[in-house]
Design a protein around this ligand. Structure first.
Ligand SMILES: Cc1cc2nc3c(=O)[nH]c(=O)nc-3n(C[C@H](O)[C@H](O)[C@H](O)COP(=O)(O)OP(=O)(O)OC[C@H]3O[C@@H](n4cnc5c(N)ncnc54)[C@H](O)[C@@H]3O)c2cc1C
Length: 433
């Protein structure tokens, strides 16, 4: 790796400048239309798409529906839960990212009727649409873990960093105590599809690193509880993580899915292929099952024969278009495509939806294709990460071939997570990356 800090900043800065120029070019070709577009969810995907459509379309009515006033930069939660960033690092105001020519209904969608092309909000407002984009993200089903409640986070050795910035901060309190006192640490993940499947691994790596730096490695017994017989969905990455775990003394425990905890006794119960297994812990990190929000699951838009307990939208894997309702698209975590629950995937999905939606408005067919691109800067210690990028075929698809090796723990990949990822994410929200 021959890149120094100045070259790195030139590399990432250059990328953003290039994509900003692309945004202006798009505006020059705005398509005149009176189409009525409703976007459900103003997170990473909804915001990025709204900005891009507002550039591409002239005269369209674009309505965003979401009650969340604060935007969360979720990739930063892993850093908050390791004491490396304050909770405010991940929070901004939703409004600051939105283009001025869209309407924002600050309510949650309660019902989608794809037959009559209507959405009803929780406040009872009915919105008709010509095109609907489902970008509601997913819900964390904390109630599915018996004995667990968000009130426990930060106490009695319980962490849950996915639950939001305040919970990530409380998670750090519990994890920090473990890194000092030692004991058994259980790092879990759900058996459902999940966003950023690297995040549970990152948490295990970081807490191990923090304990080591404090001279407490000998005191900790770290166990990573995999939901199946692999540590990651991409085999070559799974093998690399297995080797790193072996080197670091983090024990993989396969096919153990968290069922319940007894916080008083600090005991966890796991479902395994051989029945239930109990384990005592001093620290447990809980990531609950993840599902599409009820409004989606009750709408008839989910797959009938796949992910039936999770309800992801039945979308074409290449175009993100609904397979039964061509005027509906899904984008981001809620989309029922085989990979792609990361913000980096959103960055590649959104232009595909934009292309097909704008083409449909003009009476044609889009040509853009989403190849499953998913990316995860997998932090392995403070100051080192692996930049893992892959597609539907589990191929590694590095963005900087010859510059950043995907399966090596590199300082530059750490900087990607520390500095460049947030800048690129923010540019994406503005529709410029
Ligand atoms: C701990 C953690 C670490 C991560 N690390 C990375 C990383 O390193 N790299 C990476 O690329 N990605 C990472 N991600 C994943 C990334 O943050 C998500 O994939 C991305 O935010 C998905 O965007 P989205 O728009 O689909 O969902 P979100 O950004 O979650 O937005 C969904 C929006 O929909 C709204 N909504 C929900 N229900 C309704 C309703 N009924 N009506 C209207 N609106 C509704 C919500 O309020 C929310 O605003 C991480 C995520 C987590 C949790």
């Amino acid at each position: 790796m021959n890149l120094d800090r100045r070259q790195f900043l030139a590399l990432t800065g250059g990328g953003l400048i290039a994509s900003q120029a692309g945004g202006s070019a798009a505006k020059a070709q705005a398509v005149k239309t009176s189409a009525n577009i409703v976007i459900l969810g103003v997170g990473a995907a909804g915001t990025a798409l709204a900005n891009r459509l507002s550039e591409r379309l002239d005269g369209a009515r674009i309505t965003l529906v979401d009650a969340r006033k604060e935007h969360l930069y979720q990739p930063g939660l892993s850093l908050v839960a390791a004491g490396l960033k304050p909770p405010g690092y991940v929070v901004s105001q939703t409004k600051q990212w939105l283009p001025s020519d869209v309407a924002w209904v600050e309510e949650r969608a309660a019902q989608i009727d794809p037959e009559s092309k209507k959405v009803t909000t929780e406040g009872g407002t009915t919105l008709e649409y010509d095109y609907l984009v489902v970008a509601t993200g997913l819900v964390l089903d904390h109630d599915a873990i018996e004995g667990f409640s968000l009130d426990l986070v930060g106490t009695d050795g319980v962490g849950a960093l996915y639950a939001g910035p305040q919970y990530a901060e409380k998670t750090w309190r519990a994890a920090q105590a473990f890194s000092e006192k030692g004991g058994v640490g259980l790092f879990t993940r759900p058996a459902t599809e999940m966003k950023c499947a690297g995040a549970p691994l990152k948490h295990a790596f970081l807490i191990d690193d923090i304990a080591r730096r404090a001279g407490n490695a000998g005191k900790t017994d770290m166990r990573y509880m995999a939901n199946n017989n692999s540590l990651f969905g991409v085999p070559i990455v799974a093998e690399k993580v297995r080797m790193l775990f072996q080197h670091r003394g983090i024990a993989p425990v396969y096919s153990h899915v968290l069922k319940s905890i007894d916080p008083g006794a600090r005991r966890a119960v796991f479902d395994t292929p051989d029945g239930q297994a109990e384990m005592d812990y001093d620290y447990i990190h809980v990531i609950p099952p993840q599902r599409a929000p009820d409004v989606v699951r009750n709408s008839g838009l989910s797959w009938a024969d796949k992910w039936t307990d999770q309800g992801w939208v039945e979308a074409d894997a290449k175009t993100m278009r609904h397979l039964r309702y061509p005027e509906i698209f899904a984008v981001g975590d809620v989309a029922g495509v085989p990979k792609g629950k990361t913000a980096a995937s959103v960055k590649w999905q959104v232009p595909v939806v934009e292309d097909h939606l704008v083409a449909a408005i003009g009476g044609g067919e889009g040509t853009a294709v989403y190849n499953g691109y998913t990316s995860c800067p997998l932090i392995t210690r403070i100051g080192r990460a692996m930049l893992i990028e892959f597609d539907y075929g589990n191929n590694l698809v590095p963005s900087f071939p010859g510059v950043i090796a995907p399966l090596e723990e590199l300082w530059i990949s750490w900087l990607m997570k520390e500095i460049a990822l947030k800048a690129t994410y923010n540019a994406m929200l503005r529709g410029r990356a």
